[in-house]
Design a binder for this molecule. Structure first.
Ligand code: IMP
Ligand code: MG
Length: 179
């Protein structure tokens, strides 16, 4: 485990076994909903990569494909700048494709709102969203995810792909970082 700053107090919020169980449920639900239809999972880098890796193996479905979008919303702090920057575009067209956007966390909704508009403009056949974590109390944009892993309180979290200043993504549990 990476050493935390001396003034940081990490606390396990969602242990790895609970994450694994919930991801299995989400995968089963998504597999049922898209039965018989090809599905493109679009992961939002970098936070969603670990979640996507587990989720895709939990979806019982024969026709899945994957693409990634890179966005940056946060600087080196636990505070949003409110600005969304695309750091990597999709490799493949999504026109006429059933798309599932895979996010790590839905916070203010600024990133989701931006991404939903950007993807909708490319005329997918359908567009749904899954987020591992949802901080509904923080929303400033009117967005929700179609599939939600866990609703969590307004605490800054790290682990299972989520970072603080690009660190702690490797933690197996979702932890609260109190600095
Ligand atoms: P939003 O635009 O405010 O909804 O923020 C979405 C993005 O901010 C997420 O995809 C994360 O990358 C990042 N983020 C929001 N809250 C947290 C957190 O508690 N820990 C780590 N990253 C977060
Ligand atoms: Mg993210």
């Amino acid at each position: 485990m990476t050493a935390l700053p001396p003034d940081a107090r990490p606390r396990v919020l969602i242990p790895a076994d609970q994450i694994a169980a919930r991801v299995k449920e989400l995968g089963a639900e998504i597999g049922r909903d898209y039965q018989g239809r090809p599905l493109r999972l679009v992961g939002v880098l970098k936070g969603a990569w670990i979640f996507l890796a587990d989720l895709i193996r939990a979806i019982n479905h024969h026709d899945l494909s994957v693409d990634f979008l890179g966005v940056a919303t946060y600087g080196n702090a636990a505070q949003t700048s409110g600005e969304v920057r695309v750091t990597k575009d999709l490799d493949q067209s999504i026109e006429g494709v059933d798309v599932l956007l895979v996010e790590d966390i839905l916070d203010t909704g600024v990133t989701f709102y931006f991404l939903l508009n950007a993807l909708q403009n490319r005329k997918p056949k359908s567009l749904r969203t899954v987020t591992l974590l949802d901080k509904a109390s923080r929303r400033i944009r009117p967005v929700h995810a179609d599939y939600v892993g866990f609703s969590i309180p307004d605490d800054f979290v790290i682990g299972y792909g989520l970072d603080y200043a690009q660190r702690y993504r490797e933690l197996s549990d979702v932890c609260v970082l109190k600095v």
